[in-house]
Design a protein around this ligand. Sequence first.
Ligand code: G1P
Length: 298
Amino acid sequence: MKRKVTKAVFPVAGLGTRFLPATKSVPKEIMTLVDRPLIQYAIDEARAAGITEFIFVTSRGKSALEDYFDNAPELEAELRRKNKTELMDTLKTTYMDSGAIAYIRQHRPMGLGHAVWCARRLIGNEPFAVILPDDVIAADKPCLAQMVEAYEETGGCMVAAMRVPDEMTSSYGILDADSGTVDRKVQVRGMVEKPASGEAPSDLAVIGRYILTPDVMNTLDSAKAGAGGEVQLTDAIAEEIVNGRLVHGFRFEGERFDCGSKAGFLQATVSFALARPELNEEFSRFLSDIVPVARAAE
Ligand code: G1P
């Protein structure tokens, strides 16, 4: 029997070295696109998919993340005194019901598979989602909600998937699956973590949204280090297929930004700013002035 997906794991233990020096004291998940931290986008997407329990796998130096989701009584009192109801509503999007959020420490950076495994006791015997906040997806219907709907038909494991050019396969988990099909759900025959260009089984890359069965946790119990000397989530999901269980790729609808890279983060910033009615006019005027100048300088 398929069960409803109500728990999500957010692996947020990474050091974020690509964004030093900012990430020396600010967790990268707190870095903002316009005015909302990356983690807020991830939480909102989870909520929209029906998630009610949020499990953060953190590490040292991430306490700003815990504070971010706590109540802020002084700030609230001040906003109330000044009658700033809109800002109050914004503030409330960061609040969590008591007991809805849990923080688990990953003591050493041993890979994404290991980070997810750290949440095993809170997951228990239920299917669960994994959201990587670095992957921000702009979509009319949020990506995880699209996946939950598809999962209700398929069961098993499901990973978000997107086509990538051959020279990019070494940055992703790659599916052995038919990427040319019209159906958004694609059955997966195998998975490889970060294959070299020319050696990938297809052009379908795993993007940071997963719906996983608790069997994956059992596999991770005895998982060995894979690509890059880390315990790979990709390998544990691939093991499901070897054991005869169903894994689907889901080609989501929406635009994905790789906010783990500076270029992707900047693209997301520009795109999200343009999508804001209060910023659109001024910001697009600025861009149309500046882009020809940048082109001329090339
Ligand atoms: C992780 C996963 C990889 C996946 C990617 C999506 O890699 O290991 O399979 O394709 O996220 O963003 P990372 O980007 O953490 O190196």
